[in-house]
Write a protein that binds this ligand. Structure first.
Ligand code: FES
Length: 382
């Protein structure tokens, strides 16, 4: 046995001895033809992570009172996405660029058919939402980020059964998930508790009726403000979730603040492991005395002074001054808007999820940070 090992070692040494010679022979015998211009892996990376997507509004569908869906196409290939993802769209409103994230309500398979669908509800003071509802028209062009998000199913982390709690237009990512299951792109059991005030507030009624016939999908309306025979009435509580839960289950939730705030109190009663609970909530605006500050912005080698209100995020202040920076989640979680703080004070919302190393080297997330003094920052234009 010892002799055998020794021989192998000897052969290895001989191979090593000839390494340089063999390599030179190989190089000399290789064709002088230029290397391919593109590589599959680079093309895939570009497809999955486009820097920017130029989208065209192909169709607008009224889904209900103050709710519209927008079918968005592109002359390029659209980036694929996982059900539950969002895109951040950028629109020009007067002289400002404004960006907001919206969940995709289409199936991931629809990308192959060449479209995304986002669904938007009017919101009090919703700059982009209200602009889209009132002014966007078929044929308009807009830019969008690559899709992303945390509210997606991962079979390594999540239980095989998912209870999705949705309020109002918060149903959109779960409609995408239900469609993905129906299209066999995802494989888990999904029960959606869809909270609405009244019957007239339901959106996607026909799609829900259709999806409810899918084996692994069940969508239950929960009416808060009217009693409808056969359906739960009131708020979505831990008891209601338990009623529809079976075996091991995860809970995903998104919707209006009132619903999410009440779930923050309800969900601990389920005693689920932390990894089984996923809430997608937009940060509360931080309250403060209205004060106007100045932010010195370094962008593209130039220095620009802009005004910033204490009641608005730094991202909003940049957008009001027509400075567009990269953003995706608008929740403080993705890091896409990461910018360098040179001086000054800011306050970040509690959902900001900044890496320790970024904090150490003075990076901030302008999407969820509010100025608390005059500041100087460096941003990366989009
Ligand atoms: S846009 Fe995601 S962290 Fe700011």
């Amino acid at each position: 046995m010892k002799v055998k090992v020794g021989l192998i070692g000897l052969f290895d040494m001989l191979k090593f001895k000839n390494l340089a010679k063999n390599r030179k022979e190989l190089i000399d015998s290789t064709s002088a033809k230029a290397l391919p211009y593109s590589y599959v892996v680079n093309d895939l990376a570009k497809l999955y992570h486009p820097y920017k997507q130029k989208l065209i509004i192909e169709k607008i569908v009224e889904e209900g009172k103050d709710v519209k869906s927008f079918i968005l196409t592109s002359n390029e290939k659209l980036a694929p996405f996982k059900a539950g993802s969002y895109i951040s769209i950028y629109v020009q409103i007067n002289n400002e660029i404004a960006s907001r994230a919206y969940s995709l309500s289409s199936s991931p398979l629809d990308v192959a058919k060449g479209f995304y669908r986002i669904t938007i509800k009017r919101a009090p003071h919703g700059l982009v939402s209200n602009y889209m509802l009132d002014h966007a028209k078929v044929g308009d062009e807009l830019y969008a980020s690559e899709p992303g998000g945390f509210l997606t199913y991962n079979r390594l982390r999540d239980a095989k059964n998912v209870i999705a709690v949705a309020g109002g237009v918060g149903i959109t990512p779960f409609i995408s998930m239900a469609k993905a299951i129906n299209d066999h792109v995802e494989d888990f059991n999904l029960t959606i508790l869809y909270g609405v005030n009244k019957k007239e507030d339901i959106i996607f009624k026909d799609e829900i009726d259709y999806l409810n016939k899918t084996d692994k999908v069940k969508i239950v309306y929960v009416f808060a403000k009217e009693e409808v025979p056969g359906y739960p009435h009131g708020f979505i509580t831990s008891d209601l979730i338990k009623q529809y839960a079976k075996d091991e289950y995860s809970v995903f939730a998104t919707g209006p603040r009132g619903l999410l705030d009440s779930l923050v109190n309800e969900l601990p009663k389920l005693n689920l492991p932390k990894k089984y609970i996923r809430l997608e909530q937009s940060p509360l605006c931080l309250k403060s005395e209205p004060v106007e500050y100045k932010i010195r912005v370094h962008v593209n080698g130039e220095v620009v002074d802009i005004k910033a209100k204490s009641t608005e995020t730094i991202l909003q202040a940049l957008e009001h001054s027509n400075i567009s920076i990269r953003s995706k989640c608008h929740l403080g979680g993705c890091g896409f808007c990461r910018s360098k703080l040179i001086s000054g004070c800011y306050e970040a919302t509690k959902f900001e999820n900044i890496k320790e190393i970024d904090r150490k080297f003075n990076y901030i997330h302008p999407c969820c940070s509010y100025p608390r003094s005059n500041m100087e920052i460096e941003v990366y234009e989009y």
